[in-house]
Design a protein around this ligand. Structure first.
Ligand SMILES: C[S@@+](CC[C@H](N)C(=O)[O-])C[C@H]1O[C@@H](n2cnc3c(N)ncnc32)[C@H](O)[C@@H]1O
Length: 231
């Protein structure tokens, strides 16, 4: 798969291959890449792509001039996949396997990019293997988002920033409040309205019963939420 930038100025095409069991970069990943490029956040920065999956965000930040790129995922295949895509695109990515910030507990980053699992699921028990680990996020969809918001600030260098992509269905205010409570200046930096993705669509009845979707609602907003640490 080749992802082509809308902004030919900043980006060349990326070559991204996706191994079985790893999530093909969805539209939210593309939106996050666009924001990162438009704001020129990666140039010269130490970047962390947490929840890296195929490594598309890590590769995009390397191509956008990051000084260093680190990628973390809990899935062995994802770590392997991100290494493969880094090599295909000739960018240097330090890929580590582990839970959230566990493998980078002693490091600080200028930019953290995160596309966490955020789709509300049947139960609060998170999958420990299989494809659903890339999207299932507990009954309110916030199991990983809440941890990310609570744990990101100490991983940011002074003046550093965090960009998270999520759906409006799982709470814009909740993310903003948690980031502010962690001492970051938080705000929505991009919104894109669209139809529900296929996994959410397949769960629409359950989500209506829980009040996460309004009756008949079949659209959502993708949000990029930013948090920045003071210098
Ligand atoms: C929505 S996918 C994002 C993939 C990629 N960043 C993208 O934008 O296409 C979420 C990824 O998070 C990983 N993941 C799930 N739980 C995790 C955890 N506790 N710590 C680190 N990675 C996790 C999954 O294996 C999956 O690759």
């Amino acid at each position: 798969m080749a992802i082509r930038s809308h902004d030919s100025d900043t980006m060349n095409a990326m070559r991204i291959v996706v191994l079985p069991g790893v999530l093909r970069p969805p539209s939210d990943c593309h939106l996050l890449i666009e924001v990162m490029r438009e704001r020129r956040l990666a140039a010269g920065a130490a970047v962390l792509d947490v929840f890296t999956g195929s490594g598309a965000l890590a590769v995009a930040s390397g191509l956008a001039g990051a000084r260093t790129v680190t990628a973390v995922d809990i899935s062995r295949r994802a770590v392997l996949n991100s290494r493969l895509n880094a090599a295909l695109n000739r960018v240097r990515v330090r890929a580590k396997r582990g839970d959230l910030f566990g493998p980078v507990a002693d490091d600080r980053f200028d930019l953290i990019l995160a596309n966490p699992p955020y789709i509300p699921s049947e139960s609060d028990e998170l999958p420990t293997r299989g494809a659903a680990r890339a999207w299932d996020a507990g009954t309110d969809g916030r199991a990983l988002l809440d941890r990310l918001c609570a744990e990101a600030a100490p991983r940011l260098a002074p003046g550093g920033s965090l960009l998270i992509v999520q759906s409006s269905l799982v709470g814009e205010e909740a993310t903003l409040k948690l980031l502010a409570a962690a001492g970051l200046t938080a705000g929505v930096v991009a919104r894109r309205h669209g139809q529900l993705g296929p996994i959410v669509q397949a769960r629409a009845d359950m989500l209506e019963r829980r009040g996460i979707l309004e009756p008949g609602q079949r659209s959502e907003e993708l949000l990029v939420i930013g948090g920045s640490r003071q210098r």
